[in-house]
Structures are given as C-alpha cells and as structure tokens.
Design a protein around this ligand. Sequence first.
Ligand SMILES: [Zn+2]
Length: 338
Amino acid sequence: MRGAVIYGPKDVRFEEYADPKILAPTDAIVRTVATCICGSDLWRFRGVSPVVQPRPIGHEYVGVVEEVGSQVTSLTTGQFVVGSFVASDNTCELCLVGYQSACLHREPVDGCQAEFIRVPLADGTLVATPKQPAPEYIPSLLACSDVMGTGWYAAIAAQVRPDSTVVVVGDGAVGLCAVLAARQLRADRIIAMSRNTARQELATQFGATDIVTERGQEGIAAIKELTGGIGADSVLECVGTHESMQQSLGATRPGGNIGFVGVPHGVHIRGEELFSAQVALRGGSAPVRRFLPDLIDGVLQQRINPGKVFDVTLPLEEVAEGYRAMDERRAIKVLLRP
Ligand SMILES: [Zn+2]
C-alpha cells in the first residue's frame, strides 16, 4: 500500500510500504476513505519537534473496516467507522470517567495518511455509523476524529454554559470547531480572535458574535472592553504557544475557566500570575472518544457541519503539497482522499 512518510523538516514523501497487519487480537484494519493533515503534524514538518527516523504520519481518519482480530466483538467488516487519535479500551477506570485519551491501555494511532491503517483496541476506539454515510457527510465525520472532538473538549473543559461569554484563542481548525462547540452549548457571546479574513468568515458562520484582531496586551484590552471590563466566563485556548496562553489568562474573568487544547510549546505560567488570575485551568489531549457518538449524530442529523474547515481537498498522493499549503497558511485544513 501507499502512504505518507515524514523524513524531516519540509520533507514528507508519498511511498510504498508494507500493508498493516493484525498484530493483536483486539486490532482492526481500516481502509481509509478520507484522512487529513493536522496542525500538530506541522510541528514536525516545521522542525519544531524532531523526526528521529523516517516514519509514517497522520492521526485523523474515517474508513471502512477491512479485517478484525479474533477478540473484536462489536465491529464487522464493511462497517464505516470514525476513530480518534488515541486508541483506548473504553472500559478501564479512566475511560469510564471520560478520559479515554488517558486510558490505562492507550496507544497512539499513527500513520493514518495512508491507504490502510491498523487501529489497536478496535472495540473501544472505533465508532461505526448506523449505515454507510452519503459522500457529503464524509468531511464532517472526518473532522470529528480530531479537530471537532478537540474543539468540543476545549468548550467542555472551559465549562461553557448557556448565556455565557466565551473567547476562542486561535483560528486554526480546532479554534473554529471550538466556536462551533460554544454555539452548540448555547453561549450567548462568542468572541473569536483572528486576523485572517477567510477564518473570520468561517468563525462567524460557526457562531462567533464578535471578532478581535488585536493580540497581546491590546488583545486582552479589546476583550475587556467587550466584557464590561472583567473578561470572559470561558476562554478556549487552541494554539499552545506561550503568547496564546498569556492571552487566555488575561482574557478570563476571576472565577472563569480556561480550556486548553493546543499542544504546549514553550508555555510557562508563573505561580504568582496564576494566583492573581483566580481562574480554573483544565486541558490536555482531548478525550475525543467520549464525544464521538454525539458528534457523529450531530453531523448525520445536520446540527453541526465541522467539515467546512477543509478548504482544500487533494488526492492522497499529493500529501506533500497539502503540508506546504498548511505550512504557508494557504489552507486552513487539507482533506486527503486515497
Ligand atoms: Zn481505558
């Protein structure tokens, strides 16, 4: 089969390599119907995270079950499935409290920008749709496998409530999905921080009521001005830089909540600053599996359409061009079709 392999900074190749095989009786093999490039894949593409040796890349996928291991009981070949980027048994104590991304038996799902994928702990990880979805639903179902689930978690972690005021820091695909999540959770005011016209427009379509283009201290001042001088009830941090976390701390009212889902790169918070901010912080790798059944239902019932974050679609063999388009911010998010 063929798939994407990252060799180092700016070097993603589309290559022939061995088909994945069932390694454990709890595995499934999925034939990829659609996959995509994540903002977090760019950390390696940009050389921020090291690539020690060439390896297959990608962790977002939807597809059709091709083969199941002998202990897989809930799935059969031919089913259309959506899975998350962390394989989880969905039965351990941490899964049962909704933290499948911290499952005691978790395994990363990687190498998904490929024609076939091995998914560990298939019963716990994959969620089948009731029937084969119509083609127009595929992008939104794919978005559920990471960005929509992660944006949703940002909103849950920040305790977004009806009639509350929400700030979303970050206008990448996760930030945009976080806007959509805040809207679904019936926030009254949703302030998106973005200086890119196309992303502002999508944020507005997803439910943003205000756009703030300023950053840093000016950004914080603009949020304060929109919130009666006190800051927002919930701030959804969807970037992972020191600046975006500072922005989030400055934009949250005392007693408010920050949900942070951007993978941190160089974030430092001083104790004194946290003490005086009087905010709650919850975040980390999103337990996407917790939300998948509801999100899939939301897509199929047309309550949400997170697939709009895909503004470029390419054949899988052009994956390297997809990375360049996202790296150069010519694309919000690239969908790849095998
Ligand atoms: Zn578990």
